[in-house]
Design a binder for this molecule. Structure first.
Ligand code: DON
Length: 307
């Protein structure tokens, strides 16, 4: 029997609407604490170019840590495999904002998707320029990937995190002491907080993720990255994309995915689909509660687990 994807999306959207436990919205970034948790969106772009959506798929949200995938792609384009001298490729088993491993591991973060790793990646992407140059480059990159110039940065969210991001400031300065952050912490975080504050809808995010399902090709023609690099980024999403819940996400969903505290998740089924889900309520690990449930159900109905 062929897969009736529109029906699957309609079923999942309806079942998410009736869920009572939606988790808690992130409050440590004050601007995110005001978001209505009663929202859920899903968008799927298939390898043959179909776009299917459900729920609030066109509502913009703060992509937060999902931006770490795009930032990593840019940094690898700048310094290639030398990046791996400064950032590891192993799951951390710790919370996304943890500092503990850095002391015993020479200021080298476990992977590019925890905050410490993403701060090193932001340091690489800064490359001696002003933060606004790196921020502009990042915004142009996601617009190009999504084929949508209307994507913007929410300055209020960036300002909110700048005012309260003491842990990230500590991480950046701590790694600077090991010379693994090379620019002043304020500049690196100026860039990092704006990258996290990019706003996209599920539709835009799924479109932006197409290169990872297409072996690195841009569907509009040309290549974003090599097939090998696309495979490697997907591998890191599977092993590290959900922090200390990455094992559980692989167990339940079985698809490479990257989450953010705005409640978004980008999930990639290589050769088949780029998926974005969003619901602002988070579980205890800081990952979207309904977003994870929706992906679990989608994987069950489609057989899209990579295992
Ligand atoms: O640095 C932070 O804490 C946020 N800007 C991003 C964290 C995040 O999205 C973690 N995701 N689940």
């Amino acid at each position: 029997m062929s897969l009736d994807l529109p029906a699957v999306i309609a079923d999942i959207t309806a079942s998410m609407a009736s869920m009572e436990d939606r988790g808690q919205v992130a409050t440590y970034i004050p601007e995110l604490a005001t978001i209505d948790p009663a929202q859920f969106g899903i968008a799927i772009v298939t390898a043959d170019g179909r776009i299917l959506t459900g729920g609030d798929a066109d509502t913009g949200f703060s992509i937060q840590s999902v931006s770490k995938v795009f930032a990593l792609t840019l940094a690898l384009g700048k310094v290639g495999d030398q990046l791996w001298d400064r950032v590891g490729r192993e799951p951390s088993g710790n919370a996304f904002n943890s500092i503990t491993q850095l002391e015993h591991e020479q200021g080298i973060p476990r992977n590019p998707f925890i905050n410490a790793g993403a701060i090193v990646v932001a340091d690489v992407n800064l490359g001696g320029h002003e933060p606004r140059v790196a921020i502009g480059e990042m915004l142009r990159f996601v617009r190009y990937l999504a084929g949508d110039d209307s994507i913007t940065i929410n300055d209020a969210v960036a300002a909110s995190e700048t005012a309260t991001g003491f842990r990230n400031m500590a991480l950046a300065n701590y790694m600077r002491a090991f010379n693994n952050v090379r620019h002043p912490a304020e500049l690196v975080l100026g860039s990092y907080f704006h990258q996290c504050a990019i706003e996209m809808s599920c539709r835009q995010l799924a479109l932006a993720g197409r290169y990872l399902m297409l072996d690195g090709r841009h569907p509009g023609g040309g290549r974003v990255i090599s097939p090998r690099r696309a495979r490697r980024i997907n591998a890191l999403m599977l092993t590290c994309g959900h922090y200390d819940a990455s094992g559980d996400f692989a167990f339940r969903v079985g698809i490479p995915g990257k989450s953010g505290v705005g409640g978004g998740i980008l999930a990639i089924v290589p050769g088949r689909a780029a998926i974005a889900v969003w619901s602002p309520g988070l579980n205890a690990s800081g990952n979207s509660c309904l977003g994870t449930l929706a992906l679990e159900e989608l994987a069950r109905r489609t057989g899209w687990s990579v295992f």
